[in-house]
Design a protein around this ligand. Structure first.
Ligand code: DC
Length: 239
């Protein structure tokens, strides 16, 4: 079967990562979480004390970029890939509050983005990948065969995030979470380096009122019809 590139972008807490991971597993594709890559760079900067409060030592980080090696390895227990930083499994550390707090300004640095985008393009050369992020369909793979833009209303995303935090025992009000979701939307879509934008040829999935099963069915239809079209196009390139 023809292998394609599937680019999944969208708002935070839209459920795109879970959707992308499940899809990759289902169709036997490699899943790449590009947010994890920006998180790994942030962890490296924290480990080397290049971040002090709100100040980033950009010169030191820039000089170290070729010493930062990020890779992914499949974890048979979780059925998902774990993120490795210079050969060490950092899957847990990159999800910490400390990293989450500092990742946005690191992901906004042009030299960091250029290094990560080059790496993502290298990984995607062989096709057969599902990559999720903010700029995959616009910057990393503008020619991806299938582009999805996942969203849901801020209220629905805030409720999902609030429920997750409640389950973890974190004391936070729904209003605070909603405020944070709206603030992150604003930062993500107004930064100067690769802002979150919907590619003109992306298919929009607003999952505000969809169940997981409905979403899955919709997604499989999109993927199957795209692969079929690509196969037809290969057989008859002039059509
Ligand atoms: O999806 P996430 O929360 O793990 O992403 C972490 C951060 O990285 C978040 O601030 C958005 C940013 N990011 C980005 O700028 N470009 C991407 N392709 C993926 C994530």
């Amino acid at each position: 079967m023809k292998k394609i590139v599937i680019a999944i972008d969208g708002h935070s807490s839209s459920g795109k990562s879970t959707m992308a991971k499940d899809l990759a597993r289902e169709i036997g594709y490699i899943y790449i979480d590009t947010g994890a890559m920006y998180r790994a760079v942030t962890l490296y900067a924290l480990q080397h004390h290049y971040i002090q409060g709100d100040i980033i030592n950009e010169e030191a980080l820039r000089a170290d970029m070729d010493k930062i090696n990020i890779s992914f390895q499949y974890n048979a227990e979780t059925g998902r890939p774990d993120t490795y930083l210079n050969g060490i499994n950092v899957e847990k550390e990159i999800r910490s509050m400390e990293v989450s707090d500092k990742v946005s300004p690191i992901a906004a640095l042009g030299f960091v983005r250029r290094a990560m985008v080059a790496k993502q393009q290298e990984i995607g050369k062989a096709k057969g990948i599902v990559m999720d992020g903010r700029d995959i369909g616009t910057v990393v793979f503008p020619d991806a065969e299938l582009k999805l833009f996942v969203t849901a209303s801020p209220e629905v995303r805030a409720r999902r995030r609030w429920e997750e935090l409640q389950a973890k025992g974190e004391q936070v009000s729904y209003e605070e979470v909603l405020d944070n979701v709206k603030k992150r939307d604003y930062i993500d879509s107004t930064r100067s380096e690769s802002p979150l934008r919907q590619a003109p040829d992306a298919i929009v999935l607003d999952n505000s009122n969809m169940t997981i099963a409905e979403q899955k069915e919709w997604l499989m239809q999109q993927v199957q019809s795209k692969i079929k079209n690509e196969e037809l196009r290969m057989k008859n390139p002039t059509a």
